[in-house]
Design a protein around this ligand. Sequence first.
Ligand code: ACM
Length: 766
Amino acid sequence: MRRIFRFIALSVILIVTSRFVTYAQNTDARYPIIPYPQYLRPGNGAFVITSKTLIITPDATTFKNEAGQLNQALSKSMGSSLAISHQVAAKAAVILKYDAAIATAEGYSLTITPQQVIIAAKEPAGIFLGIETIRQLLPADIETGTHHTSLSLPAVVILDQPAYAWRGMHLDVSRHFFSITYLKKYIDLLALYKMNKLHLHLTDDQGWRIEIKKYPKLTEEGAWRTFNKQDSACMKQAVDNPDMVIDPAHIIHRDGKTLYGGFYTQQEMKDLVAYALAKHIDIIPEIDMPGHMMAAINAYPFLTCNGENSWGELFTKPICPCNETTFEFAENVFAEIMEIFPSKYIHIGGDEVDRTDWGKSEACKALMAKEGIKDLPALQSYFINRMEKYFNAHGRKMIGWDEVLEGGVTPTAMIMYWRSWVPNAPVKAVKNGNQVVMAPGSPLYFDGKYDKNSASNVYHFNPIPKGLTKEEAKLIVGAQAQLWTEYVPTEQRADYMFMPRMTALAELLWTNDVSKYDSYKKRIVKQFPRLDELKVNYRLPDLDGMIDSKVFVKTDTITVAKPMESMTIRYSNDGSLPTATSPVLNKYVVDKPQTLKIAAFTPAGRRGDVYTSTYKQQNYAAPVASEAKNGLLVYYYPGDFKGTTKIPEAKSDKVYTVNGITVPVEVKAPAFGLRYSGYLNVPQQGVYTFYLTCDDAGVLKIDNQLTIDNDGMHSAVEKSGQAAMQKGLHPFLLNFVEGGGGYTLKLQYSFNGSAPKDVPADWFKN
Ligand code: ACM
């Protein structure tokens, strides 16, 4: 597969017409399509679809499925299906036309004039994608069947094709289980935004979710568990958020125990695969091994080297690659998996393997000696490479998470890159000849907390890592976002976590044009009514300018701009969560310390994220010194601290001077704490706002006051706080913890309403 195929017709038309077509101000409103087409020329007038309109296909079989999909999209609101014909008649028609000149399988052209609509493509996938474009040009209420006797499609010429071949979403159905109905909804949303791969993470320590006839205990036992630590965390959050309640649909009572779980029968999954294929989406099954196999091991203990089924130091103990019975099991399982899933790709996982027990096993020692396997990563490669041969022998390609590179992997495997903290892994894979799907934790783990930058970070993600030639970059086949579900116990929560940020990924992977970001922000708002019709619990837009910890000297007047005209901003100041009947926030004067909770509400009463701002009264703090040296001191504490309060109090003898909040090059430990200490030299009196983004934990103190609390082990999240200061030097302390797995650390400030910017180096003193 290759990235960006420019077909000649498209290039020529682009060159000839682009000078004459100005990007009209109202184009976003008239054609609010996501992902935006590669080429769009607005037209005059509209084509009107009525019950008399024909759908014309080349013959009885070509594009039959696509004609059916078009009818499905229209018939709910038209009340009946449009007739299908194979003769181009004078009558108004939507013509699905074969066009050999379109160079890519997913490429299509769409020409809408008042007389007719033509979708042309070489492959059914292209026609289908053209239909999804048409769907987005029709009123949102066609989705639920509001009756229309006619539907108007704005005239336009579109020439379109994707920049990347792999446009993927992942869903972890192991940690929490999701119904087939929900998987269909998920597939529908992928199709609506022209994504084309659904990666199902079907098995993990917390549950085996696919029926395997040869090993019935995998689902009889392995699909069910008692509540775990993550469930408890969800239950705690459920007090404030009903989306975090463990879904009662997946709770059963058996032998006096309350169990959580579920699984898909092979037939259910085959039906789902067919449903997805009709929408030109491949389902890629992942059976994660040799690690993450506790659910299987509990049911079949022979799978480990020593029969134990406990946790290792970081991960659960893996299955044993040194017994033939393990291969027999794995091959039998994958034989059934390949029967269910026709996908060219089969994902074997291969991530996060605790290999300690392999090193202690006599069987492994013997195998390593016999095969000349030099170490435990190479032993993992032995397992992975043997399984790859099995897949290849059945005409399939293997995918593995990027750890499979560690002990060496064949160039024929596809690598899924997720470990943001190993930036050279995708480069190494490409240099080895492997195709790579970019799926890095930052910014593509959609289980990570949202902040106001989440969608922008996705939109501006560059799938091509540094260090590749143009030719090598062709091995980067695309990207994928992951939705791990340890803390996603309901379908509503899943919707919220991946929508609407998936649309930013969809547009990135289709258009690969970051200059469209401002236009995207306008178009996404136009998509919301359709998502409302589809009952998608998408996250509502952020409120601008919200600060977590505010200070005021005398009073402060708060106004909050509505993110959408139709929304209402409401607040509470008694600790309760704002509701659709809470007071409306217009101008609110703060004249005493308090905590405000603020949220935007849609006309239907749906609440956006609740923002909590605490207000403290402060006088402008006086400077504490008149002279100091340049730079901050930063004390380095290698070690695994679970939060900033765990960093030792004593000064470390590993101390460096820095001119900004950067991690010194000397810091090499995978997990560490840093204490930045000195003064902040501010140039004038005022209330300063600071923004601290960190992964994992960070706490900022200015003038010995807690300014920002971004403590706790989490993915990159921005928190903000204020300090009232007189001109001069103020005590500055920033504690930061990286717990392993890659860090983010950024401090910015704003003053008098300026946009956030980096703190100047000459403000840092010691
Ligand atoms: C992973 O997140 N362990 C692939």
